[in-house]
Design a protein around this ligand. Structure first.
Ligand code: ASP
Ligand code: CP
Length: 342
């Protein structure tokens, strides 16, 4: 694997398959049945200059579960970038303190700029509307796990990506990752002005996938395997775009859409957070408790996948099984009150 994880462009199909296999080997640790110390002594620098719950905490937890320690900073205000320090200087300084760095930043390309100034592995935790490669890997891992349970395969799968496909960085990384696999059918549904960038549509078509773009969910999707819905990224809108924008309820994935338009085993994914404010019209909470709603299985999968990324970048993946011990504390069931068994 490339020394940094900045974009899924650096991953071949073999790299991705290898990472997903390493992630599967991390499950006993991620599920708190086993403990390892393979990264004992290593320090992760977690630099988040944009809001985050999942990515920041799960990268942190994944590094700790491998036996390492984490230094966390959040926001510009408490970083010396607020005093005008460049990404270059910050990168060089952090490399003296840490063995790996995860960074999220509001500007596309900024994490790559940061990585260019260091030999310490840097992982892009989201760069503006650019990419979010670890999210795409955990999304693919989730699809693979759900498909295995349902007896399906990626070949010929029908996947619907909907919501803000223009600024949603998770779908930018995911569509590229999916394109490495056997030809499938991709339906892209976005409100006008928020369509998938055309270079990504061209890329997946050129790789032999069937891509269809629409501006409405009002259609029959009975053969759909996955609906992957996303939040409108209003924080990336220009003032002009924000003015008067509201997402029509017609773009909401809810129980009626799933029951009336999709198949009985269509799974629902979302990178989260879902915007639960009343007029956001994001993924509806009326699907909570429905086994087709995979969003929390998806967030749980962030741990083994991020552990696999660290183990691979820091070259300890061959040591994992040698170092395992049983956990000694009481591990409560991690299912939430709304999680459905399947
Ligand atoms: N959490 C994801 C991201 O940071 C998706 C989102 O914020 O809507 O890209
Ligand atoms: N999916 C995701 O990146 O979530 P956060 O923004 O909470 O990190």
């Amino acid at each position: 694997m490339h020394p940094h994880l900045l974009s899924v462009d650096s991953l071949s199909r073999d790299h991705v398959d290898h990472l997903l296999r390493v992630a599967a080997r991390m499950e006993p640790i991620a599920q708190r049945r086993k403990v390892t110390r393979v990264l004992e002594g290593a320090v992760l620098g977690n630099l988040f200059f944009e809001a985050s719950t999942r990515t920041r905490v799960s990268f942190n937890a994944a590094f700790c579960r491998l036996g390492g320690s984490v230094c966390d900073t959040t926001g510009f205000t408490f970083s010396s970038m607020a005093k005008g320090e460049s990404l270059y200087d910050t990168s060089r300084v952090m490399s003296g303190y840490c063995d790996a760095i995860v960074m999220r930043h509001p500007e596309q390309g900024s994490v790559a700029e940061f990585a260019a100034a260091t030999h310490v592995p840097v992982i892009n935790g989201g760069d503006g509307p650019g990419e979010h490669p670890s999210q795409a890997l955990l999304d693919l891992y989730t699809i693979d796990k759900e498909f295995t349970r349902l007896g399906k395969s990626l070949a010929d799968a029908h996947i619907l990506l909907t919501g803000d496909l223009k600024y949603g960085r998770t779908v930018h990384s995911l569509i590229k990752l999916l394109s490495l696999y056997a030809p499938m059918r991709l339906t892209l549904v976005a409100p006008p002005g928020l369509e998938m960038p055309s270079h990504l549509v061209d890329l997946v078509s050129d790789r032999g996938h069937r891509v269809e773009q629409r501006d409405t969910l009002a259609s029959d999707f009975r053969d759909l395997d996955v609906v992957y819905t996303t939040r409108i990224q209003k924080e990336r809108f220009t003032a002009e775009m924000s003015e008067g924008f509201s997402l029509s309820r017609d773009f909401t994935v809810d129980r009626v859409f799933l029951d009336q338009r999709c198949g009985r085993d269509t799974i629902v994914m979302h990178p989260l957070p879902r915007d639960s404010r009343p007029d956001a019209n994001d993924l509806d909470v009326d699907l909570n408790g429905d086994p087709r709603l995979a969003i929390f299985r998806q967030t749980d999968n962030g741990i083994p996948v991020r552990m696999a990324i660290f183990a691979t970048l820091l070259e300890v993946e061959s040591l994992i099984e040698r170092d395992l011990r049983d956990v000694r504390w009481f591990v409560p069931a991690k299912f939430g009150v709304d999680d459905a068994a399947f």
